[in-house]
Design a protein around this ligand. Structure first.
Ligand SMILES: Nc1ncnc2c1ncn2[C@@H]1O[C@H](COP(=O)(O)OP(=O)(O)OP(=O)(O)O)[C@@H](O)[C@H]1O
Ligand SMILES: [Mg+2]
Length: 961
């Protein structure tokens, strides 16, 4: 099966829906399924984001949901589902082998979908950031709580396209729920004075877990929440919590009363962001209200928040946070700590004012020191003066400094950085003097840290997406490079791309081959040419998946290294080669790098396997084509959708004049409507039965016997091969054979009839001859003899002249008697009847004009009368011919008696003849030789004529008896 290159634009489409549409189209075309649906998780539920082809009504989404939940390919009836990342590819009526091929692409699909989702999310976040920023700009530093909260409600309603919103502050708050008192509204009737109740469950979700509550009338009308909102009667409503430093303040409510209103995940995020903004505003305003001397600080804080929301680059964002913190709180140094993947240590990601040695060497433990404690407790931790407060250091380095009295700072505070999802680091502020902040200042630092967390999270999301996009680009490029050609140049370029993507300094791709499985090709990046021993050493390190190599097993000069097998082949477990990358740095490759290495290797292996399969396929195809071109049978091949892709000359000759071009036509459409179901059944059997399918169909007036079989080179469905035989042609042949048989039979029976007629005729002739002979002998001859006697008596009585005339008459009568007797003898020599064959032949020889002799061999005996007669007649005709035509000096009759028959030869030394001469005579009505041949045949023998002009003639035959 020809797998088209993975569409490069799949990772670059702007939305999940565009991705779904492109993927469905690609998958449907590739696997040649009836239909394909792409499912993806959007807004928390699995929905169709793209579809292509037919038969999609068969799916109700349950198989897709199960497949996604179990993370494995599932099949059920006509449906097959392949899960990838947050999505599922669902096929209707696809070939299992094709589905398997698509399953091999899942790492790539996962990455591509994640990239698109991240991009969509970023646009969503962009909308959030934009809305918040617009709001902040509009308020222009106002600390008037009513103005700020009304504007917040308005922003929320407008951004969502909803009709109404309000910010409500809790007036009553207890174990069993809360009620809003003061409200700041947008879009409500002026008579609405607020006051909605929040039950304990909803309150727990809002303030305890920081969630947004979504109300949908159709779904939630009967719930306690629905009862609480009955007065407002919304179709859809979103409720987000307002909290400040862990204290519930109130809520932001947005609703729509239009029946078509929908809420996306994005909308939820936006409402939450506005709620946080409102919380900040309330906090700021309260702080402002409590202590006007904090006014500048509060304003600066607000400005800082606005500035932080503006950047999406992590390094910029961190720099701004540190700048703002130093300016706001008058610190001597500040650092942003990052929680390491192990979850137990923190290192400094970015710092201002801290000595570089400090930045490099500090590895703070979660739970120890100011920073570690802040992260563990997820709360502000302060050290007013480290000289007196014995909090200890967070890392061995700081403990050493503290113990030696060389620690440069006295006042330190740690602020956890994190989102609702968890803590990801800390912001730590340092003063050389004891801590100069009072309780209100500390509250301000907490608000600042919350703002910083939001900004960092936003930037991290963005960076993560960029990274994924870069990785997806590497994968696509590697696939494309090796898919186009596998030249040394392409291999080197792939090695370069892979090495850079893995953040390594040097790298190589090695391909194994041959029977030994040794490295047969190798392309490196930044590496000198390698000795076979080095490559063999690396090959020995190849394991099941990607893994780091110890320095001893890596190439000389490497500080850290990794190796990944390229696994492919039919079952995916043949080692096709490996990918190696190393770096002078000693830091072991992270899980992320190993994961990426696996994806890159999978992609390479997939491409290599595919190319190998395609090459093998092309060779096979050429071979089969040659066979098919010369075949007498009709051969058609069709792709999995049933379109004819090839027709051999025999098929084209027979069918194309009547059906039109075969290639491009639908195979099933070729059969007449009456025989199409039979062809359809054979088509299905070809896919399911090992022996394929058979049918008798009619195409353009021809009756064809067809055999269909699925072609699966390397287990991948390539199409269906149809071999057909023209039954009409067979029928015509059979008819012809029968006709000829009948003709032959008729001819044979005519011959037999003729033979028996000839036999009878000959017998009758012989009988007639005998009768005439006897008549002549016994009657005519006797009358003549009696007449002779009477004439003789008369002559004796006459005298003179009369006597002489009578004597004349007597002479004539004597001659007549002699002639009649000879004629009678010739007709039927009585000697044959009385004495047998040999005396009759002797008589014949004695009568011949040519000097003839009779030679006898073998045991003499009498033969059946009919046989003796036949031999006699044959010899008679032969000798007559000698006399008439041969001009021979001598002739001979040879008779050899054998146990079960007699052999006769009549030869002369005369002038001989050619077959042409004999034929010409026959046409003139001289049938002597033909009659001879016929009589011999009738008697069960065969006449052999041996004659040549100037060489005499011999006739031979043998008769049984
Ligand atoms: N022994 C022979 N030597 C030379 N020519 C012969 C001999 N036998 C037959 N032929 C040639 O073959 C011809 C055919 O012989 P065939 O016996 O069939 O016919 P025919 O003898 O001419 O006439 P018919 O036998 O009917 O009286 C003869 O005319 C003669 O030319
Ligand atoms: Mg003759």
């Amino acid at each position: 099966m020809t797998l088209p290159p993975f569409p490069p634009d799949l990772g670059a489409v702007p939305t999940v829906r565009a991705f779904g549409a492109a993927l469905a189209q690609f998958a449907c075309r590739t696997v040649r399924a009836h239909g394909v649906q792409v499912w993806a998780v959007v807004g928390g539920s699995l929905g169709v984001v793209g579809e292509e082809g037919r038969g999609l009504g068969l799916s109700d989404g349950t198989l897709a949901a199960r497949s996604l939940a179990q993370g494995e390919t599932l099949e059920e009836g006509m449906l097959a589902c392949v899960p990838f990342g947050g999505g599922v590819l669902e096929f209707v009526g696809a070939d299992p082998a094709g589905v398997e091929v698509m399953a091999g692409l899942t790492p790539l699909l996962t990455l591509a979908l994640e990239g698109v989702q991240a991009r969509e999310a970023r646009r969503g976040q962009g909308r959030v950031a934009e809305t918040v920023e617009r709001l902040v700009r509009r308020l222009g530093g106002s600390l008037d709580l009513a103005e700020v909260l009304t504007a917040t409600a308005e922003s929320a309603a407008l951004a969502l396209g909803f009709g109404r919103a309000f910010v409500g502050l809790f007036s009553e708050l207890g174990e069993d729920g809360a009620r809003t008192g003061e409200v700041f509204t947008y879009g409500f009737d002026p008579s609405f004075t607020g006051g909605i109740g929040v039950g304990p469950v909803s309150l727990g979700r809002l303030t305890g877990r920081g969630e947004v509550i979504l109300f949908e009338k159709a779904r939630d009308a009967g719930t306690p929440l629905g009862a609480g909102l009955a007065e407002l009667d919304p179709e859809v409503a979103l409720i987000a919590p307002l909290t400040a430093r862990g204290r519930p303040l109130g809520l932001l409510y947005v609703d729509s009363r239009s029946p078509g209103a929908r809420v996306t995940e994005d909308d939820t995020r936006l409402v939450l962001a506005l709620a946080e903004q409102a919380s900040l505003a309330i906090d700021n305003a309260r702080l402002y209200g409590i202590e006007t001397r904090k006014r500048e600080a509060a304003e600066a804080l607000r400005e800082a928040g606005a500035a932080l929301a503006g950047s999406l680059h992590l390094s910029d964002t961190l720099e701004r946070i540190l700048e703002q913190a130093t300016a706001l709180f008058g610190t001597d140094a500040a650092g942003v700590y990052e929680l390491q993947p192990d979850g137990r240590t923190l290192s400094i990601r970015s710092a201002v004012g801290l000595p570089s040695e400090y930045v490099l060497r500090v590895r703070a433990k979660v739970g120890a020191g100011v920073t570690g404690r802040a992260v563990e407790r997820r709360a502000l931790v302060t050290a007013v003066d480290l000289n007196t407060a014995h909090l200890g250091g967070g890392s061995r380095y700081t403990r050493q400094l503290l113990a030696q009295g060389r620690y440069p700072y006295r006042g330190v505070i740690g602020l956890p950085l994190g989102t609702r999802a968890g803590v990801f680091g800390a912001l730590t502020l340092y003063w050389k003097a004891p801590l100069p902040l009072d309780a209100d200042d500390l509250a301000l630092t907490e608000v600042f840290a919350a703002q910083a967390s939001l900004a960092i999270e936003n930037a991290r999301l963005y960076e993560e997406e960029l990274r994924r996009e870069r990785e997806a680009a590497v994968l696509l490029n590697v696939g494309r490079l090796l898919g186009e050609d596998q030249s040394d140049r392409a291999l080197s370029e792939a090695a370069r791309l892979a090495t850079l993507a893995l953040n390594a300094g040097r790298g190589l791709i090695a391909l194994t081959g041959g029977e030994t499985g040794e490295v047969s090709r190798c392309a490196g990046f930044n590496l000198p040419p390698l000795a076979p021993a080095d490559l063999a050493g690396l090959l020995a390190q190849v394991g099941r998946g990607p893994r780091p190599l110890t320095r001893r097993h890596a190439l000389p000069g490497a500080g850290s290294a990794l190796i990944v097998p390229l696994r492919g082949g039919a079952g995916g477990d043949t080692v096709l080669g490996f990918l190696y990358a190393d770096d002078p740095g000693a830091e072991a490759p992270s899980d992320r790098v190993l994961g990426l290495a696996r994806s890159v290797a999978d992609q390479m292996a997939l491409t290599l396997t595919r190319e190998r399969l395609l090459a093998a396929l092309a060779r096979e195809e050429a071979r089969y084509r040659q066979l098919a071109e010369g075949a007498h049978d009709l051969i058609l091949s069709a792709d999995p959708s049933g379109t004819v892709t090839y027709a051999n000359p025999a098929a084209t000759r027979l069918l194309a004049p009547l059906t039109g071009p075969l290639v491009g036509a639908s195979l099933l459409g070729l059969a007449t409507p009456a025989t199409r179901p039979a062809l359809q059944a054979a088509w299905e059997a070809a896919h399911t039965q090992p022996g394929g399918g058979r049918a008798e169909i009619e195409v353009a007036g021809y009756r064809l016997e067809v055999r269909l079989s699925a072609v699966r080179p390397g287990g991948v469905l390539h199409g269906v091969l149809t071999v057909a035989r023209d039954l009409s042609e067979l029928q015509t042949l059979a008819d012809e054979i029968q006709r000829r048989g009948q003709a032959l039979e008729a001819a044979t029976s005519r011959t037999l009839e003729l033979r028996s007629y000839l036999t009878l005729f000959t017998q009758a002739q012989e009988e007639e001859r005998r009768r005439i002979s006897r008549e002549l002998h016994d009657d005519t001859a006797q009358v003549l003899v009696a007449t002779t006697r009477r004439v003789a008596r008369l002559a004796r009585e006459l005298g003179g002249e009369h006597r002489a005339r009578a004597d004349d008459i007597l002479g004539d009568l004597g001659a007549a008697i002699e002639s009649v007797r000879r004629f009678a003898r010739n007709l039927r020599p009585s000697v044959l009847d009385d004495l047998g064959l040999l005396p009759a032949l002797e008589w014949l020889v004695s009568q011949a004009q040519t000097d003839a002799r009779l030679e006898i061999s073998g045991a003499e005996r009498r033969l059946p009368p009919a046989l003796e007669l036949t031999v006699f007649r044959l010899a008679q005709e032969a000798l007559t011919n000698v006399d008439k035509h041969a001009r021979a000096r001598t002739a001979a009759i040879r008779v050899a008696f054998e146990e079960d028959g007699v052999r006769v030869a009549v030869s002369d030394d005369g002038q001989g003849f050619t077959p042409g001469q004999a034929q010409a005579r026959a046409q003139e009505g001289h049938l002597g030789l033909i009659g001879l041949r016929e009589r011999v045949t009738l008697a069960g023998g065969e006449l052999e004529v041996d004659s040549e002009p100037g060489r005499g003639t011999t006739l031979r035959f043998r008769l049984p008896g």
